[in-house]
Design a protein around this ligand. Structure first.
Ligand code: C5P
Length: 227
């Protein structure tokens, strides 16, 4: 069967990765969580002390970028690929609010984007890939056969992310999560390099009132019509 590229962009915590994983599994495609790659570099910068409270030593991060290797390894038990930083599994370390609070600032650095976009394009060069992020349909794969743009109200999104963090055992407040979601949306949409915008040919899906099943079926139908 003809393989296509599926690009899923949208605001923070719109459930892009949940549906991207489901679709990739159904179609036998590779799923790539591009946000995890920006989170991995943020985690690296935090570990190295390039990020301290509100200080961000951008130059030190840029200088050290060639030493950062971000990769994925499929975990059979989990059914998806986990992210590795210089061959160490950091899947659980990158989903914290501390990383979320800084990731958009790191993702606004052009040198970081250049390195990751190149890697993402290589990962998708043989098609048969579902990638989610902020610039997948606009910059990474502008020729993707199917582009989706996911939206939902900020309150709904914050509640979903809050539930996820509480489930993991993280002590966070709903207000802090909402603030983070709103701040990331603002920075991601207003940065100079590759801002989050809907590609002209992307199909917008507001999932505020869709169940996971409804969302999956809707997107699967679109994928089948495109393949
Ligand atoms: O998808 P997730 O919320 O994990 O992404 C974390 C952050 O990484 C986003 O808020 C955004 O700043 C950045 N990002 C990006 N471009 C992508 C994917 C994520 O700038 N393609």
């Amino acid at each position: 069967m003809n393989k296509i590229t599926i690009a899923i962009d949208g605001y923070s915590s719109t459930g892009k990765s949940t549906v991207a994983k489901q679709i990739a599994k159904y179609l036998g495609y590779v799923y790539v969580d591009s946000g995890a790659m920006y989170r991995a570099i943020t985690y690296f910068a935090m570990q190295k002390g390039f990020i301290n409270n509100d200080d961000f030593n951008k130059e030190a991060l840029i200088y050290n970028l060639p030493k950062v290797k971000v990769s994925f390894k499929f975990n059979e038990d989990l059914g998806f690929a986990e992210v590795y930083l210089n061959d160490v599994n950091i899947e659980n370390d990158i989903r914290t609010l501390a990383v979320s609070n800084f990731v958009s600032k790191v993702a606004a650095v052009s040198e970081v984007r250049e390195q990751l976009v190149k890697q993402q394009q290589q990962m998708g060069e043989n098609k048969g890939v579902v990638m989610d992020g902020r610039d997948i349909g606009t910059v990474v794969f502008p020729r993707a056969e199917l582009k989706l743009f996911m939206t939902a109200s900020a309150e709904k999104r914050a509640l979903r992310r809050y539930d996820e963090l509480i489930e993991r055992g993280d002590a966070v407040s709903y207000d802090d999560v909402l603030k983070n979601v709103q701040e990331r949306d603002y920075i991601d949409s207003n940065r100079k390099d590759s801002p989050l915008i809907k590609a002209k040919d992307a199909i917008e899906i507001d999932n505020s009132n869709l169940s996971l099943d409804e969302q999956f079926n809707k997107i699967l139908q679109l994928a089948k019509m495109t393949i």
